[in-house]
Design a protein around this ligand. Structure first.
Ligand SMILES: [Fe+2]
Length: 198
């Protein structure tokens, strides 16, 4: 919690006016009760600052938990949004499976946000695959680290291609440490105006 409060201070300094907490729903991190308990403590500590609970839900984990059983507990609190993370090494073939799960989530009433498409290998090779996600009525969210070349390998080029096409609706801090917030400020300053209006 000490470190969370340091991150909160860094977020405010970067101009953040509201936070959606999105702990990983992914092996081996996922502990639903503990995550909610931490969130409640955090919310008490930040007073009136707007915060919401949600999850960054990994496709594989969601499938293993059961989409219909678990999805209702994993959306972004008080909204109809669901943050879905695909496999980093996704291939064009894997997208067929994604379509089924995205459709199931939509049937449950969710609007699906796809986390950091710029990182997925298939999209890095073929950015037009991102268009397919938009055609399936998903919103795309960039992770701010692309601006520094990407935390998990080079995602800057694919992010810039998608930005130019107006494919993104959001840029997320995706902050795991205090200094990630400076990447958010930099990418919002530079590319914030290229986001789709919602
Ligand atoms: Fe992620």
């Amino acid at each position: 919690m000490d470190y969370s409060m340091k991150m909160f201070a860094a977020a405010r300094k970067a101009g953040v006016t509201g936070i959606v907490c999105t702990p990983h729903c992914r092996d081996p991190y996922f502990d639903y009760q503990k995550m909610w308990a931490s969130y409640h403590t955090f919310k008490r500590n930040v007073g009136n600052f707007p915060v919401l609970m949600g999850f960054e839900v990994a496709y594989q984990k969601l499938v293993s938990l059961g989409v219909h059983e678990w999805a209702p507990y994993l959306g972004i609190q008080g909204t109809d949004r669901f943050l879905l993370e695909l496999d980093t090494n996704a291939t064009e073939d894997t997208f067929k499976g994604y379509e089924t799960v995205i459709y199931e989530l939509q049937t449950l009433g969710f609007r699906v946000i796809i986390a950091h498409p710029e990182r997925y290998e298939a999209i890095r090779k073929n950015p037009s695959l991102a268009r397919r996600l938009i055609d399936w009525d998903c919103e795309l969210q960039a992770s701010a680290d692309f601006i520094a070349g990407g935390r998990l390998g080079n995602s800057k080029r694919s992010a810039k291609t998608l930005l130019k096409e107006g494919a993104y609706s959001y840029i997320a801090s995706d902050a795991h440490t205090v200094n990630h917030y400076s990447l958010l400020s930099r990418s919002m300053e530079r590319y914030g105006s290229m986001l789709r209006s919602r």
